[in-house]
Design a protein around this ligand. Sequence first.
Ligand code: ZN
Length: 161
Amino acid sequence: MFKIGIGYDIHKKLSTRPLYLGGILISKKNGLLGHSDADILIHTICDSILGALAEGDIGDHFSDSDPKNKNKRSTYFLKKILKIMQKKSYKIVNIDSTIICEKPKLSRFKNKMRMNISRIINLPIDKISVKATTSEGLGIIGKDMAMACKTIVLLKKNESV
Ligand code: ZN
C-alpha cells in the first residue's frame, strides 16, 4: 500500500536572520522570516508526509500563534511528524525536493542537506534528492525577496513480519 504526498512553502527573506535549510546552518545572515527557524526544505518534507497520511498540514500540528513553537528548529517538527507516520505503520520510500532561490548558490550544500535529512529520518541517502534552481530573475523569488521549496514523498505501509 503506497501513499504519495506533496509539500510547498515560501518564506520572505530577512537579512538579519540565519538561513537554515535541511536542518543545516547555511549562513548566519540573509535567512528567512518565520515563527520557527523558517527551514523551507524541512517544512515541505513535513507537509508532504502529513499530506500522504491525510493528516492536515504543519500549521495544524504546530500553530505559528503558539509561543511554544517560536524559534523552534524545524527538525523538531519533522521528528514529531515521523512519529505520527510510524504510529500509522508507514515508512518513507523516497523524497524528492526542489529549492527555488536566487541566492545563495546551493550546489555545495546539497549533499550536506541530503546527509542530514538521511540521518534524521534514518533513510539511505540514495532515497533522498535535494535539487536547487533559480527563478531566472522573475517575480519575488527572482528579485531575491523570497525562497520557495517543493517536495514530494512516497510512503509505503510496513509489511507485518
Ligand atoms: Zn514554512
